[in-house]
Each structure stands twice: as C-alpha cells, then as structure tokens.
Ligand binder design. Sequence first.
Ligand SMILES: C[S@@+](CC[C@H](N)C(=O)[O-])C[C@H]1O[C@@H](n2cnc3c(N)ncnc32)[C@H](O)[C@@H]1O
Length: 287
Amino acid sequence: MILREVIAHAEQRAQLSSQKHGELQYVVAASRGWSRSDLLIRLDLPADADIQVFVEHAAQQLADGYPAEYLTGYAAFCDIVVRVREGVLVPRPETESLVQMAGDFIIEQDRPRAIALDLCSGSGAVALALAARLPQVAVVGLELDPISVSCSRESALDVGLSERVRFVQGNVLAAWGLALADFSSRTDVIVSNPPYVREQRLFPAYASSPIEPVRALYGGTSGMVFYKRIIAQACDWLRPGGLLLLEIDDGLEQGILNLFERYGLQGGRWSPDLRGLPRYAEARRAE
Ligand SMILES: C[S@@+](CC[C@H](N)C(=O)[O-])C[C@H]1O[C@@H](n2cnc3c(N)ncnc32)[C@H](O)[C@@H]1O
C-alpha cells in the first residue's frame, strides 16, 4: 500500500474527524523529519511495515484527543520551537501576543537589558520567545509542574538561551518570593498566562482537549485565583514604571482592572484578541 492509502485507512479505522486529517499527515512528516515536499513525494510511495504501525497508533492517539504536538514532541511558538509532552500545556497562538507586547514595551522604554519574570511559565514558550526576540533581555520563569519545568529547561538548551533564561520550580499561589530568593533584582516586566478557566467553562475546555492537564487551565470558581495573587504582589517585584502583562479570559476584565486599582497599579487597560474578545490586560507600577 502507498502511504496515502495507509493514512486514509488509519483515519477511517480511528474515526478521526475530518478536522484532524491534516494533523495525521503533519505528525507522520514531523516524526520522520520530512519537509512538506518530502511528504508530498512519499505519499505516493509504498509504506513499510514500521510506518504502517506508527500511522495506526498515531491516528488512534489523535482520535483519543492527544494534541498533535504531544505526538511530535514539539510546538511552534513565535519564531521558536519548544518541547512539549504529556503534562505540559501546548502554547496557544493567542499567547504569542504577550511576547509582542512585552517586547514592544522593552523597546519603547529603551530598557535593552531588561529583566522579565514569566509566572506560570509552562513549556517556557513565552520566556524563551521573548529572550529570542531581544538579545540582551534576561528572563526567569516560575512554574509549579516539574515536567513543564524540565521541558522548558531542555528547550532553553535547544535554542541556545539557557544563559539568559532560567526556569525555577515554585508555587505562584504560595510565597513565590522564596522560590526566587536568589533572584534579587526587581523586574522591568512581569508577564503571565496563568490558569484562568472558571468553573462554569471548565467542562467545555476539558472536552476540547481532554489529555492536557486541567491544572494548567483551572483558575478557581471565578477564574480569578491566580490574578488576585499575582496582582497583589506585582508592585513588590516591578521596578518603577515596570509593566504587568496578563493573558485573561473574557468576562474577567473588569475584575482585573479593579484589582489593578486596588493594588496601586496605574494605567490599567485590557485589549482584545483576533476574535474581538478581551484577552490581555496590562498596568504599570508608578514611576
Ligand atoms: C495556562 S498555562 C500557561 C503556560 C504557558 N505560560 C503558556 O502560555 O503556554 C498555566 C500554567 O500554570 C501552571 N501552574 C498551575 N498552578 C500553578 C501554581 N500554583 N504555581 C505556578 N504555576 C502553576 C500550570 O502547570 C501551567 O503550566
């Protein structure tokens, strides 16, 4: 059988939704190190037994809800690629805007040697992409999950950024200052995409990606647990004029602006994602 037929049969047997058909081809190509044009050529060549077994298994995993990135072990984010595996949230396209906004702030404010803190750093995508964009910036990522911390450290080595980007294991909801005790300097930017899915929205979020860790999504009954903690401590960690930048869920924006005000942050505002929904919130420490 040629590869195209092997893939089509596997998709059928696993009852893979048509939406995921392209994903199986992508997984096969990525796992073999093939480019798109390699794949196009090989689709019409006979497939050996090894690849047939691989395709069957991969189709079943995709049908069971495994993200394609868990099968390849990598996720593309901004201009870099980071490692991901089961237990680590696959970074989402909308999160790339945090890197853009944090980078723009550092450039506009002329702080080329800025220090940034990425709270709930997960795969390390935000921290690493920011450091990749700005060659003198140093970033510290703080993350609770040990698998995510290992992955992010491996990615830092892969992309040659381990000198400027460090990942620390620690709990943002506890005294996170302790986890960062040897990181004495204040920061120019705090960026965070914390768990923010509220109870009401947890089931749909889980159903759309059942294998990814719920711990990475759930932000408490109201979705605000992490924001309260982060915003309450932000002024202690930011340099004068420093930026706090958050990814948020729609419907939480007013509560977050209120918290900015309560904890003395200035210029609080939210901005929308490409669908027009409130997705980012930012404020600054007074000069
Ligand atoms: C929405 S994910 C974001 C991951 C990454 N920053 C990104 O944008 O792809 C939230 C992350 O927070 C981590 N997390 C959950 N509870 C935490 C806690 N108490 N302290 C630190 N990190 C936590 C999760 O493990 C997960 O990696």
